[in-house]
Every structure is written in C-alpha cells, then in structure tokens.
Ligand binder design. Structure first.
Ligand SMILES: N[C@@H](CCC(=O)N[C@@H](CS)C(=O)NCC(=O)O)C(=O)O
Length: 300
C-alpha cells in the first residue's frame, strides 16, 4: 500500500519539468488524489501505467501529504514483479465533494445524480473540524466560498452551489421544464429556497444537531423559527392546488425544497397537510434515495 512520486524529468521542449504520481492500485491512487486535491486534469489519459503528471509545485504538495519518493527505475521493477494492479476504474467520472455530517445541500445533488443514474465518486469533508476542511487552501481553490457541495465535472471543471449544480445536471432532462416560463418558475422556487427557506430551516437544523441550539441567542432562535415557518407556509399555500412546484411535474425545484423541508417537523416547524403529502410524493419517485445517516449519531 502506498502512493509514490519519482524524480522530476525535463520535457524534450526543455520548458516543463514533471514527475509521475503512482500507487499500488488505481483506486488507491484516485482516492489519494481526490483527498489531497490533485487536479483531475493532471491524469495522464491512456498511459500504460496509470499515473498523474505533476509539476514541481504539485510534487512538493503531494510529498507533504504522504506520497513517498521512489525512483522511477525501482517503480518499474516493482511493476514488473506484478505489484501494481491493472486499472480497475476509468477516470473522467464526476466527483461530488460533500460532507461527513449529512448536508441537505449536498443531498440535493446526490439525489439528482441518482435519478439520472450518473456514476460519480465522492469525497466527504469534515465541516465540523476546526478549521473546517472546506477552508483548506486546496479546497478554496475549488470554491473560494469554502462550502460544499462542489461538483467536479468529467473534464475537471468545478461547479459550486447546490442549485446551480442541479440546474446544470437537469439541462435537457425531464427534471427541468422545457418551456421558458417553466424554467423561470423553477428558478423562482430555487431562489426562494436559498433566500427565504434554507437560511432559516437549514441553519436551525444545523444548530439543533451539530451546533449548540441551547446556546443560541433566544431572539435569534425565535427569528429562525418565525422566518422558516413563513417559508413553509408559502410552500403549503402553493401546494394546496398542485402536486409539484412547477408544471405539476417532479423536478429540480422540488429536489431543492425537499432537502431541508423533510426535517422541518423534527426540528420544531409545523408542516401542513399538503406539504406532508408532497414530501411523500417526492419519496415515491423512482430512483429516490434518502439523505445519508449521520455517522456522528446526532441527527435522527
Ligand atoms: N448556497 C450554498 C450553501 C452551501 C453550504 O452552506 N454548505 C455548508 C454545508 S450544508 C458548508 O459547506 N459549510 C461549511 C462551512 O461553511 O465551512 C449551496 O446551496 O450550495
């Protein structure tokens, strides 16, 4: 078991110096690269021996994070002795950065990826650490806002913001309306979610399970409850005459709003009958997956 770098070699052009990052197995190599943040575009597509090409700066970076220097000739010998396994997984898959503690914002993306049956890898960051792993320099390069979810596309492009990711993934699928007004209505509810719902319901959920709710300033707690309740009532009113948020068809506006509304009752909100029925309709969708369980055991 190990991840290795060899010596820097000067390219024929004389302009670039790179080395190889390899490992005993491709899965170990990919897991290490994703964990420390080696850019996916460093992957050498089609190489006989699976590896990333690293510049001097990235070589120093991975050495500081546990890669071991082994000269190229020794790596070649080891491979010939059959130590290095054949590639088992193809690169070029989407990669979702989510969190160890269940995050509704990350869950939205996972739910749609599952509905669309898009194979992807995941790295879960510890947002409760001090400082959170989302504030590490290599993650801030992906999202300067220091937040998950971030979706890395097959070509290495990064896309943060849960609802932007939903909109990107849903393009051309039945999960977003194909009329101009339908798409605008979809955005309407996704903006509503981010401005009038998530800042209250998600924040109160966070304080209930992972923050210190009892230490929350009582005025702040009342404010979160009152404003979150207003959002839930706006949903209830809209759903009193519809089955789903836009064009009476399940789509990304429903996914965005489902993520935190599903926990609203458990954290003290009153959820009306129409919204409860809508929650059930979402759960009944083909390919539905529940939010992941809390490995810390705080959330039910
Ligand atoms: N507007 C963002 C909000 C993302 C967000 O608040 N993420 C939280 C987890 S749910 C996070 O990364 N917190 C870690 C931190 O702020 O350091 C979105 O919808 O993606």
């Amino acid at each position: 078991m190990g991840v290795f770098v060899d010596e820097l070699k000067v390219w024929k052009s004389g302009k670039r110096r790179t080395c190889h990052l390899t490992a005993d197995t491709v899965s170990e190599l990919r897991e290490f690269a994703a964990r420390v943040g080696v850019p996916p575009q460093c992957w050498h597509e089609g190489a006989r021996t699976p590896h990333y090409d690293l510049t001097t700066r990235l070589r120093d970076f991975v050495l500081e994070r546990g890669a071991v220097f082994v000269p190229a000739r020794d790596q070649a010998r080891a491979r010939m002795a059959g130590r290095q396994a054949a590639p088992t997984t193809a690169l070029g898959r989407m990669h979702l950065y989510d969190s160890v503690a269940p995050s509704g914002n990350a869950y939205k993306v996972r739910l749609l990826l599952t509905h669309l049956d898009i194979p992807h890898d995941r790295t879960s960051l510890d947002i409760l650490a001090t400082p959170p792993e989302t504030r590490a320099p290599e993650f801030l390069e992906k999202n300067p806002a220091g937040r998950i979810p971030v979706l890395e596309l097959e070509d290495g492009t990064v896309l943060p913001e849960s609802n932007a990711i939903l909109f990107y993934l849903a393009e051309g699928t039945p999960y977003v309306a194909d009329t101009r007004l339908g798409r605008a209505e979809t955005l309407r509810w996704m903006f509503f979610e981010q401005y009038s719902h998530e800042p209250y319901v998600a924040v109160l959920k966070f304080h209930t399970y992972w923050g210190e709710r009892d230490n929350l300033d009582p005025t702040r707690r009342r404010d979160l409850l009152a404003r979150g309740q207003q959002a839930i009532e706006a949903m209830e009113s809209h759903l009193s005459t519809r089955t789903f948020f836009v064009e009476d068809r399940y789509g990304i506006a429903d996914i965005a709003l489902f993520a935190y509304t599903q926990s609203a009752e458990a954290i003290g909100f009153e959820v009306g009958r129409h919204t409860q029925q809508w929650l059930e309709r979402v759960r009944a969708q083909p390919g539905y997956v529940p939010i992941k369980t809390d490995p810390l055991g705080h959330a039910p």
